[in-house]
Design a protein around this ligand. Structure first.
Ligand code: G3H
Ligand code: 13P
Ligand code: ZN
Length: 327
């Protein structure tokens, strides 16, 4: 059942966060859906511009609608991650995406408002919801890179949401994309979340760059020939605290890549005579599912599937779980 992220956030707000997982291929898709159904969690599938270009955007869209048929119990949103204007418009028109992110966070405030508002108007006219971003994460975000964190200003966040009508807001609070997030202790600015929640009560916030980069995973990769040095991530014990402060969506990509890397490195180290791609693939899919299920426990989304589905159906008005507006 494909629903909007707003439908998921309504159930989660203040209690838990929905896992937003980036995928690029068939094996990730199967593992992702299996892991979420097994742990009874609603979830968000994130498709980036890079993922859409990796094979073909239509392949990804077809995988989403097919996965919906293969896993009739799954309740999920199909979301464009870090979109520009043109990609957002393309996804809104596709009929498959229920949510898009317009990322104009590198633009000055007024320009960000203008671009975001344009996408919001177009998306809402087709029943699609919009995540926007204010502030900059240190490091690379799609094509733009920033040397420092530019933290989200709560007063600007309040103004931005009112001016654009966006449905959720990604805030910069000290996380960053990739496997190298902190030198020394992690410092996340939960005070910013608290201040935004005070100004925008009930409004869904999003945390990007939230992979935990498990050290045991990195050690296994390195023991199997990898060379990942100085990697660190977000302490997952912080997720529920963030959820209480209005974070309803937590983005995880890098951790999934590490699972893929560990499985394939270990497989080919231990079985150098093998060359059939299906052999490591058969190990990867359940390993990825296990990873997703464990992450959902930390996010608090595990076990929320039935209640979330019931609310989404009631909100859609038709009660059938089809796409007549419940999308
Ligand atoms: O925020 C970026 C996501 O991790 C997606 O990464 O653009 O390499 O697909 P990607
Ligand atoms: P990670 O690199 O921490 O997994 O973050 C992913 C993300 O924010 C995707 O938008
Ligand atoms: Zn991101």
């Amino acid at each position: 059942m494909i629903v909007t992220t707003s439908a998921l956030f309504k159930h989660a707000y203040g209690k838990y966060a929905i896992g937003a997982y980036n995928i690029n291929n068939l094996e990730q898709t199967m593992g992702l859906f299996q892991g979420n159904v097994q742990s009874k969690a609603p979830f968000i599938v994130q498709l980036s511009k890079g993922a859409r270009q990796y094979t073909h955007k239509l392949m990804l869209e077809a995988m989403m609608t097919t996965a919906d048929q293969i896993f009739p119990d799954a309740v999920f949103a199909v979301h464009l991650d870090h979109g520009d204007e043109a990609t957002c418009l393309d996804c809104i028109k596709s009929g498959v995406y229920s949510s898009v992110m317009i990322d104009a966070s590198h633009e000055p405030f007024e320009k960000n408002v203008e671009i975001t508002k344009k996408i919001v108007d177009e998306a809402h006219s087709r029943g699609v919801v919009v995540e926007a971003e204010l502030g900059l994460l240190k490091g690379v975000e799609e094509d733009v890179s920033s040397e420092h964190h530019v933290y989200t200003q709560p007063d600007e966040a309040e103004q931005f949401v009112k001016l654009t009508g966006c449905d959720s807001l990604a805030c910069a609070i000290g996380t960053s994309h990739g496997a190298f997030k902190f030198k020394g202790d992690q410092k996340l600015r939960f005070d910013i979340l608290a201040e935004i929640q005070k100004r925008l009560p009930g409004f869904p916030l999003v945390m990007h760059g939230s992979s935990s980069v498990p050290q045991d995973e990195v050690a296994r990769i390195n023991a199997a020939g990898g060379a990942i040095k100085g990697a660190s991530g977000v302490d997952a014990s912080q997720f529920l605290g963030a959820a209480k402060l209005g974070v309803t969506k937590i983005n995880i990509d890098t951790d999934g890549r590490l699972v893929w890397c560990r499985v394939h490195r270990e497989f080919f180290r231990d079985k150098p005579e093998k060359f059939d791609l299906r052999d490591p693939g058969k190990i990867f899919m359940p390993e990825y599912a296990k990873f997703i299920a464990a992450k959902n426990v930390l996010l608090g989304s595990a076990g929320q599937l039935d209640a979330c589905r019931a609310l989404a159906k009631a909100e859609s008005g038709c009660g059938c779980g089809c796409s007549c507006g419940c999308k």
